[in-house]
Design a protein around this ligand. Structure first.
Ligand code: ZN
Ligand code: ZN
Length: 327
């Protein structure tokens, strides 16, 4: 894998990631000490990409003192347990996803299975869901020594002063880093150049606790307030014009809501809205089913919040139905 020197002491290392179209970007931060921002999924090929890139720079994995995880998704944190000698930092809201990797996936799967009937997903389709979790379980392991890092924290010694930015939405605890000296933003999955992240499935215990769609918009507004020169995303190449991309995604957010409102042709389940929004979705692919339904329920929740739709709770175990508020 090619190593990209993006700025003074900042190297982008794309590593093997079977979860998406793009490799995952690991950022090597070099100052008085060495740190990594994200590590990639827990596969041997990913490890080879990462350790190979470090050796190209005449460094070794053992030189890494701190691993900062942008969020608790396997494509970013799955390899963290390899760095047993390093401190591992993650936002409190995502801590259990790495410290109790398998327990979290058990609770997550239970919540997904419980919520799918309320979305109107047939048992035939929801039965494919365990396949998705088997895939996630194979892509990581727990790092029980992980510690928390909070919004506003100032990370020193990694090539200047990096400010931790909480940017919830894609997950409850997603963080980015900002270096004011050269207006560099490491944005993780909150801000990619051409695509939007899927909204987070928020979890409390074993219960679905809401969708991250509205938080995602708030986090975009936070980025809109900042002076950013260059964006280093979680996947894909670096890009400039942060404010232009943020404005584009804020406009697109409103379009996503309008499309969901238009898809409410009479009282509809989340499943029906998902099918109308994504007619090409492969019902046999549990990952597609999950993300299309999360996108649909996220848009519907925001429409309800804004008074543009009503949610009618399903009676006697039946699915919830959404309708336009007729406002
Ligand atoms: Zn993610
Ligand atoms: Zn990602």
């Amino acid at each position: 894998m090619k190593v990209h020197e993006e700025a003074d002491g900042v190297f982008r290392i794309p590593v093997h990631n079977p979860f998406g179209v793009y490799p995952t970007n690991v950022y090597l931060l070099v100052g008085d000490r060495m740190g990594l921002f994200d590590v990639g999924p827990g596969y041997r090929r990913t490890w080879e990409d990462l350790s190979g890139a470090l050796s190209q720079l005449a460094m070794r994995p053992e030189d890494v003192e701190v691993v900062i995880l942008s969020h608790g998704h396997a494509d970013h944190d799955g390899l963290a347990h390899h760095f047993s000698w390093a401190s591992i930092l993650i936002h409190q809201a995502d801590l259990l996803k790495i410290s109790d990797y398998n327990g979290h996936l058990d609770r997550y799967e239970e919540a997904v299975r419980a919520v799918m009937p309320t979305w109107g997903v047939s048992s035939e389709v929801s039965e494919t869901i365990p396949g998705f979790f088997t895939w996630l379980r194979a892509a990581g392991d727990p790092a029980p020594w992980a510690e928390t890092i909070a919004d506003g924290a100032d990370l020193q010694g990694l090539g200047g002063s990096w400010q931790v930015l909480a940017l919830p939405g894609h997950t409850e605890g997603l963080i980015g880093l900002y270096r004011a000296r050269d207006r560099l933003l490491i944005s993780s999955d909150q801000l990619l150049e051409t695509t939007v992240p899927n909204p987070g499935f928020y979890l409390v215990g074993t219960t679905y606790a809401g969708n991250g769609m509205a938080d995602y918009e708030r986090s975009l507004h936070r980025l809109a307030q900042m002076s950013v020169g260059r964006v280093l995303p979680g996947h894909g190449p670096a890009f400039a014009d942060c404010s232009g991309r943020v404005a584009h995604f804020l406009a697109q957010y409103e379009e996503r809501l309008d499309q969901a409102e238009a898809a409410l042709q009479g009282p509809s389940t989340v499943h029906q809205v998902a099918e109308r929004l994504f007619p090409g979705c492969d019902a046999g692919n549990p990952y597609h089913v999950f993300i299309t339904h999360m996108e649909a329920v996220g848009r519907l929740s925001v429409l309800v919040e804004r008074g543009r739709a009503l949610r009618l709770e399903g009676l006697s175990g039946g699915p919830d139905r959404y309708s336009r508020s007729g406002r």
